[in-house]
Design a protein around this ligand. Structure first.
Ligand SMILES: *[C@@H]1O[C@H](CO)[C@@H](O)[C@H](O)[C@H]1NC(C)=O
Ligand SMILES: *[C@@H]1O[C@H](CO)[C@@H](O)[C@H](O)[C@H]1NC(C)=O
Ligand SMILES: *[C@@H]1O[C@H](CO)[C@@H](O)[C@H](O)[C@H]1NC(C)=O
Ligand SMILES: *[C@@H]1O[C@H](CO)[C@@H](O)[C@H](O)[C@H]1NC(C)=O
Ligand SMILES: *[C@@H]1O[C@H](CO)[C@@H](O)[C@H](O)[C@H]1NC(C)=O
Ligand SMILES: CC(=O)N[C@H]1CO[C@H](CO)[C@@H](O)[C@@H]1O
Length: 264
């Protein structure tokens, strides 16, 4: 067994590293977390077949001033293929979750941050998750956007990466975009997600590069709440029809039928 950055505590954190190369972590409920039992720091996962259940990840770095995508302290980086996070919490100030590459499934998770708080170039499904913006409150009527949920980093048509959010809730503070086009083929879909009025009416941002308007794929499907009004969305944002949306709505999006069976 290789030495690992994780320490087993006498609470509920266990981990196994079997010959199967599977790493499993269990324990640390959100309730624990709210009681102050944090698992703290910077985690980097670059192995395949990773499963975490009821673990919370937090970066305790002070709140940074806004900067480039990924330039800020990150709570966790996931760079392995086939990772499954169930009931996990991700706590950070800015770039909380570096969903870097691979196919990942986040279910019943809690993710908090301000600018680009989920970023990277993975192919990931976020299902039944709570997305909480911590951006500074913006007075009603005041101009300005001060946060974004995603900065997806797909750079070419030939990749098949993207973030899909299904049956999530989005709330918190600030005035934010659903996504910023960190790279030209940035791909993000929100479906069956309720959004409060913190979402800016235009919804999305092209990173000040209008050429990206032609290449990004930003879709919304059957969302609800004051933030889901698509009337004045950016022109490149798409209201998906049933056929387009169906690719993003279940674990088939991340080929989960091939690798999740044993984990769920
Ligand atoms: C995770 O937490 C939920 C809710 O607290 C609990 O029902 C479940 O048994 C926990 N799972 C594990 C593997 O600890
Ligand atoms: C949607 O998410 C909520 C929790 O946020 C859950 O109670 C409900 O069962 C989910 N619906 C589906 C169809 O998964
Ligand atoms: C959506 O926004 C438009 C423009 O701001 C507004 O006229 C319309 O009433 C809104 N629709 C809903 C359902 O709130
Ligand atoms: C859905 O949208 C796609 C792309 O615009 C289009 O090719 C397709 O015909 C539409 N399907 C339906 C059922 O409307
Ligand atoms: C996901 O949805 C697609 C399209 O509706 C369907 O063909 C596929 O069987 C579904 N996959 C799972 C694992 O439910
Ligand atoms: C289940 C559901 O509400 N489906 C609707 C989602 O939105 C499309 C078009 O935007 C409708 O055709 C579906 O009935």
């Amino acid at each position: 067994m290789r030495k690992s950055p994780f320490k087993s505590t006498n609470r509920t954190l266990h981990f196994k590293d079997k010959a199967t190369h599977q790493l499993r972590l269990y324990g640390m409920t959100l309730q624990n977390l709210l009681m102050g039992h944090f698992i703290v720091v910077l985690f980097k996962f670059s192995r395949n077949n990773f499963i975490a259940k009821n673990i919370s990840f937090m970066n305790v770095a002070p709140i940074p001033s806004p900067g480039d995508v990924g330039a800020q302290a990150v709570a966790i980086r996931i760079a392995g293929d086939q990772a499954f996070f169930l009931g996990c919490g991700f706590f950070g100030a800015q770039d909380t979750l570096h969903d870097d590459r691979g196919r990942h499934y986040f279910k019943d998770c809690y993710i908090q941050g301000s600018i680009d708080f989920i970023f990277g170039n993975a192919r990931s499904l976020y299902e039944n998750c709570q997305l909480i913006s911590m951006a500074n409150p913006v007075a009603p009527g005041a101009k300005g956007i001060n946060g974004a949920v995603t900065a997806h980093g797909r750079s070419s048509k030939d990749e098949n990466t993207g973030f899909a959010f299904v049956n999530c809730t989005l709330g918190g503070t600030g005035r934010i975009w659903l996504g910023r086009a960190w790279r030209p083929y940035s791909t993000v879909v929100f479906a069956y997600t309720s959004m409060t009025d913190i979402v800016a009416p235009e919804g999305w941002n092209d990173f000040n590069d209008p050429t990206r308007d032609q290449t990004v794929f930003y879709g919304e499907y059957n969302c609800s709440g004051a933030g889901a009004n698509t009337t004045t969305r950016a022109p490149y944002a798409q209201k998906l029809n049933d056929t387009q949306a169906s690719l993003f709505l279940n674990v088939s999006f991340i080929d989960g039928d091939q690798w999740l069976q044993s984990s769920i």
